[in-house]
Design a protein around this ligand. Structure first.
Ligand SMILES: Cc1ncc(COP(=O)(O)O)c(C=O)c1O
Length: 395
């Protein structure tokens, strides 16, 4: 089966539910057992193994978990209440006092905050590494390194990582490789084919696709699953069934939406490259991009989140406000992956510590993060063009 077919059919069993196409939305805390024996049997069941209590999942959650697993791969997927919770759960599952974590320097900012806050309080030490390190990661491994975290491309600065090379080194040292795979979605990067043990999705983004819910998922190999499952049971993290229902609607069309995001994103990136107001575009699907060769080798497509650096005359608040405050289509907001376009300024140095920004191959200047939505791409470009004109009027 191809992904487009999996996205439509995985996790659905209409004939178990009178032929109804979508699985029922089960609102459950209490689940009743018909006999004392069944009640006692449920105490031996683990979270996700069947219907025991609302927190541990119902038909609704299991259906979306199966649909994500069918697309992303791995042995088992469990849903979390947000993308951030999906990031923190594996860190809680695989790390304990005295352990060491290797974290890429361009990790999604709130994960860094978790490492510097809760993980530090737990006695876990984090070292940040250059996302472009590749096999050089070997020099950073310590005997107590238990987790190597990857995210490709990295948040805000879009470095593509050599995941197979990093995974090979991590495995040789007995460490678990956890990946934030949200950028590519389960369609465009298959983490388990590249040595990843645990893959995180912020379902909030492209899977949900409609900017109307927050959710996360953790998928893992069979070996990695028991520790993750235990952490899930111990923390009690779970999503709401109504949100699962909405996310299920999202996943049924992800294969129809993502190619459009990819195509429009690339068109906008190419257009931006031709503008005087832009010093550099950071999009791995562009041939000049430093991550292009790895992207081409490992990815099956590109989503529509990328960065660009503004040229010097644009890098002040007057020009930025003139551009951003009056955009007709591009909203300013912290998420992405929905149907609508977004544009925000970001400040990479504020969330990195191991590597200098800008890197030697990147221009100096204000970095912008754009999410290209599903509007007509000509209208998206016209909105950006008008924004540049307003900014220019301030020079
Ligand atoms: C790369 C990445 N991972 C994880 C998350 C967290 O997702 P959520 O907003 O659902 O907590 C985000 C959110 O912006 C993200 O950009």
């Amino acid at each position: 089966m191809k992904d487009g077919t999996r996205a439509i059919h995985a996790g659905r069993r209409p004939h178990d539910f009178s032929g109804v196409v979508n699985p029922p939305v089960m609102h459950a805390s209490t689940i009743l057992f018909p006999t004392l024996e069944a009640l006692r049997g449920s105490r031996r069941m683990r979270s996700g193994d069947g219907h025991t209590y609302g927190v541990h999942g119902t038909t609704t959650t299991f259906a979306l978990e199966e649909a994500i697993r069918a697309l992303e791969g791995g042995y088992r997927t469990r849903l979390q209440c947000s993308g951030l919770a999906a990031c923190t759960l594996p860190l809680l599952a695989y790390l304990g006092a005295g352990d060491h974590l290797l974290m890429l320097d361009s990790v999604y900012g709130p994960v860094r905050a978790f490492c510097e806050g809760m993980l530090k309080r737990m006695g876990v030490e984090t070292t940040y590494y250059d996302p472009l390190i590749g096999t050089g990661i070997a020099e950073m491994m310590r005997p107590n390194t238990k987790v190597v975290w990857v995210e490709s491309p990295g948040s805000w600065t879009f470095e593509v990582q050599d995941i197979p090379a990093i995974a090979e080194v991590a495995h040789a040292h007995g460490a678990t490789v956890v990946m934030d795979n949200t950028w590519a979605s389960p369609l465009y990067f298959k983490p388990f084919e590249h040595g990843v043990d645990v893959s995180v999705q912020a379902v909030t983004k492209y899977i949900a696709g409609h900017s109307d819910l927050v959710m996360g998922s953790v998928s893992c190999t069979e070996e990695a699953y028991p520790a993750m499952q235990r952490a899930q049971q111990e923390t009690g993290i779970c999503p709401s069934p109504d949100d699962v229902f909405l996310a299920m609607r999202g996943i049924r069309t992800i294969h129809a939406r993502l190619p459009r995001h990819w195509e429009s994103g690339l068109k906008v990136a190419e257009w931006l490259m031709g503008r005087d107001e832009v010093a550099q575009v950071m999009h791995p699907a562009l041939p000049h991009d430093r991550g292009h060769a790895l992207w081409k080798r490992d990815f099956l497509g590109a989503s529509s989140l990328f960065g660009f650096v503004l040229a010097p005359p644009m890098c002040n608040d007057a020009a930025l406000s003139a551009m951003l405050d009056s955009m007709r289509l591009h909203g300013m907001g912290f998420s992405w992956g929905g149907f609508e376009s977004l544009l925000i300024p970001v400040d990479p140095p504020s969330i990195r510590s191991a590597t200098r920004w800008p890197r030697p191959d990147v221009a100096e200047g204000q970095v912008m993060r754009i999410h290209v939505g599903l509007e007509d791409v000509d209208d998206i470009i016209a909105d950006l063009s008008d924004g540049f004109d307003r900014a220019r009027a301030t020079f």
